[in-house]
Design a protein around this ligand. Sequence first.
Ligand code: NZQ
Ligand code: ZN
Length: 380
Amino acid sequence: MKFSYVNPTVIHFGQGQIAQISSSIPTSSKVLVIYGGGSIKSNGVYDQVVEALQNHTWLEFSGVEANPTKETLDKAIELVKSEGVDYLLAVGGGSVIDGTKYIAAASLHDGDSWDLITGQYKPETAVPIGVILTLPATGSESNMGAVVTKKSTHEKLGFMTPLVRPQFAVLDPDAMKTLPERQLINGLVDAWVHVCEQYITTQTGNMVQEGYAEVLLRNLLELGAKFEQRDDAWRENLMWTANQALNGLIGTGMPQDWATHMIGHELTALWNVDHARSLAIIQPSLLRSQMAFKRGKIEQMGRNVFQLEDSDDLAERTINAIEAFYTSLNVDAQLSEVNGDKSDAVDAVLAKLEQNGYVKLGENQAITLDVSREILTNAL
Ligand code: NZQ
Ligand code: ZN
């Protein structure tokens, strides 16, 4: 084990915690409140923000879409520049938070914002960010990553820098009460796959990271089983589990995969497939294709997460159990956006992977384009 670990984001967790933003954001700041299509106006979150910011100077930017686009975010960047905004408050799910991270870094750049994604612009500073989370899923509220889409070219790409890690995040489970079931299930599945990406690699012997990942997986399995009986405790546990799934801890010093995400992002870029569904479509096929590397860890997951008995085909049964988990949540794990023969769809995804340089994915760099073709052919 050899690593350096820090996560400086302050978490204000629990009911009523939105009021904390009054003191978490300096009153001397000029704040831009950034949100999506308006869900925050129907669940009281917006009103609580207005109340909490009464002693601040602030303005707002709405309309950040699910899978946020450069085209929309550029308008917010203009606003930050023209109004001299020096604090960003993201109020929403992963899309609003990721969009805010993009705005935070690109607002201090004179050229095209996309330079941030291509690496032509390497930020040395960013506008500080605070978050009010309304959809537990991505962990974006306390991590340093963001994924943005360029609509004009159907590219969905990410960037990472500690500069955009939020200074604080409010996790009030009441904010999720208005979530449609589909989004709630998306959140559960996304958090599940985040843990898998950092866990289903090799057996490392790191008892903390591996053991904690198993706790998070068992939580998500139980929350899925109790989906119909959800109450305050259910929401609290989902919100905290999804945060812990991608706040950096379980991945620290560990081999990580992320190939399911990279291939899944192309399904979203091409056919607007919900992020979580894109993962459920790809992951089982990817795990089966990588059995030579992952068998031991998948067996460990079968024993410690699904409580399966040992057998020669334990790993295969574990992957079946993962699929059964998605089915139990009514996740459509078929690419139903494309009818009939899927070979053109496979070609289209491969072309995008190649274009983006994703020609060796996974913890072993073993997922070449040929392997991706096999994974996609079996998945779609
Ligand atoms: O726009 P509004 O009106 O707010 O509606 C949103 C949106 O339509 C709605 N919603 C959010 N909170 C709600 C609510 N509706 C009712 N009540 C509430 N309390 O839900 C819809 C989806 O929101 P979105 O933010 O897109 O969902 P999610 O949190 O799943 O974020 C997905 C995005 O995050 C990226 C994904 O690629 C995708 O673009 N990811 C970011 C990661 C990161 N930064 O670490 C990692 C992830 O793997 C992921 O790639
Ligand atoms: Zn994800």
